[in-house]
Design a protein around this ligand. Structure first.
Ligand SMILES: NC(=O)c1ccc[n+]([C@@H]2O[C@H](COP(=O)([O-])OP(=O)(O)OC[C@H]3O[C@@H](n4cnc5c(N)ncnc54)[C@H](O)[C@@H]3O)[C@@H](O)[C@H]2O)c1
Length: 461
């Protein structure tokens, strides 16, 4: 190990290292907290003045992150937040946790990464360790980040250290948090990997070194593509089960009793969040650069993207049994976040369902304890709505309730009791019920599909 590397290692191990986290969102804030808890002094940097102001007041803005802990760490001077990158000049390490969305063309949008790296490059100094955590295609660290950092004539692996380590956080998961999810680390050199592993070892129980940044980048994309493809498979099986008159939820629950060779995935209204709907397309974009056609990713994307349409059809079918058209019917959406018990609506399929229902003339309302107000989003029909309460009078006043996110605080018995029709896309209402239409299950037996009696007048010829 070179003396520069040895000095940094010593600063990390003795907790004298000054560490930074750029991007204080769902990934960056929990990481900053773990590093601070591990005994390091952490500086968080984010463009968002609102987030920085919250942290400076010792407050959390992420449900999974305890406000009391943020307060204690800021009070103790172990966690500080800034909007300026100037602090980078004083830091020994910096982890980059900024967004990596897709462009409208489904190409990777690395503009946030590039902007953050350029700001770091201006303040890069010898002996510094830079780690990219944002999910991205294999090659990003060495092909995009490294050249930007080397513009100032410092060389990666020699003058400064560079690694990639994918973030695997699962918002809302109360069992697995940043600390107890193993951290995969790939350095541009062995020394880079050792230093990055040492940094993570201060805060994370298990660190898994791999041979290069591109392997670490690919690990994350394998994990998320695995999920996207399996969710696509079970969504297709769900639609198949509806046609076959079989309950897919019963099938998956029975299949999961097999102790090997099967892992349960559940159908739903479509993919959401900042990862599963996006990350596989980073991989597919990169693969296509080499002339490789990734068929599973495209097929799963196709099936998953069709699910909001299937849900709208299901709501229309349910209303049809009450002889009502979508146009003019009142539909209450229960749950708009992309998954249960979190406040994140990014890419949420509920928004797509709402957009389509609005376009077809349905009169929409929604209830979500995590989203008190839904701003006017084009994808959700451009409506500016406030969450309503799921009291019996409200439930009885609509034509149908569609459960799109199965928050644990919803009272599903009360919903079934009071709502005239329920469309359940999450199997939240566990048992069959005459007016509950479940995704992936046969239509309720007593759904009345007899033609309506129409009064006709017969005139004598
Ligand atoms: N949210 C998840 O569940 C999850 C899980 C694993 C991996 N990831 C990946 O982690 C990365 C971050 O995701 P996230 O959910 O934390 O995003 P986020 O939007 O919650 O947070 C990103 C933060 O970065 C800030 N930011 C953007 N550009 C910046 C810049 N140039 N300088 C300073 N701050 C900047 C934003 O203001 C924001 O606060 C993404 O690549 C994502 O794919 C997310």
């Amino acid at each position: 190990m070179t003396s520069t590397a040895a000095q940094l290692l010593d600063r990390i191990v003795t907790r004298r290292a000054r560490v930074g986290v750029v991007g204080l969102g769902y990934v960056g804030l929990p990481l900053a907290l773990e590093l601070a808890r591990g005994g390091l002094h952490v500086t968080g940097i984010d463009h968002d003045t609102r987030k920085v102001a919250h942290l400076q007041r010792g407050e959390s803005y992420i449900p999974d992150v305890s406000g009391a802990e943020v307060a204690a760490l800021t009070e103790a001077g172990r966690l500080t937040a800034r909007t300026s990158f100037d602090a980078v000049a004083m830091l020994d390490t910096v982890n980059i946790c900024v967004p990596t969305p897709l462009r409208k063309t489904r190409d990777p949008d690395l503009s946030y990464v590039v902007s953050a790296v350029e700001a770091i490059a201006e303040r890069l100094h010898p002996g510094m360790l830079v780690i990219l955590e944002s999910t991205t295609y294999p090659g990003t660290t060495e092909e995009v980040v490294q050249p930007l950092l080397e513009r100032g004539n410092l060389k990666a692996g020699v003058d400064f250290f560079l690694a990639f380590s994918p973030e695997r956080i699962d918002p809302g998961n109360t069992t697995f948090k940043t600390r107890n999810v193993p951290k995969v680390v790939g350095g541009t050199t062995r020394q880079c990997a050792e230093l990055a592993c040492a940094l993570y070892s201060t805060a994370i129980d298990t660190v898994v070194p791999v041979s290069s940044p591109r392997v670490a980048e690919m690990v994350k994309l394998l994990e998320n593509t695995f999920r996207a493809v399996n969710i696509g498979l079970v969504n297709e099986i769900a639609l198949m089960c509806e046609r076959l008159g079989i309950d897919v939820w019963e099938v998956v629950d029975a299949a999961r009793t097999k102790p090997f060779g099967f892992m349960p995935f559940y159908p739903g209204p479509g993919l959401g969040g900042h990862c599963i709907p996006i990350d596989p397309f980073y991989l597919s974009w990169k693969a296509k650069q080499t002339g490789f056609e990734p068929r599973f990713i495209e097929l799963a994307g196709h099936v998953n993207a069709s699910m909001p349409h299937a849900v709208v059809d299901k709501i229309a079918d349910a209303l049809n049994t009450h002889r009502k058209p979508l146009n003019g019917s009142k539909v209450l959406i229960a749950g708009v976040t992309y998954k249960r018990d979190i406040d994140d609506i990014r890419e949420s399929p509920a928004l797509d369902v709402m957009g389509m229902l609005h376009q077809k003339g349905a009169r929409l309302s929604y209830a979500d304890p995590f989203v008190p107000r839904l701003p006017a989003l084009a994808c959700a029909g451009g409506l500016d709505l406030e969450s309503v309460s799921l009291d019996p009078a409200t439930l009885a006043s609509v034509d149908a309730v569609a459960i799109l996110t199965d928050h644990t605080t919803f009272d599903y018995d009360a919903i079934v009791e009071a709502a005239p029709l329920v469309v359940d896309t999450r199997n939240a209402v566990k048992r069959p019920h005459p007016h509950v239409f479940r995704l992936g299950a046969p239509q309720p037996a007593c759904a009345d599909l007899r033609p309506a009696v129409v009064a006709t007048t017969h005139r004598a010829a």
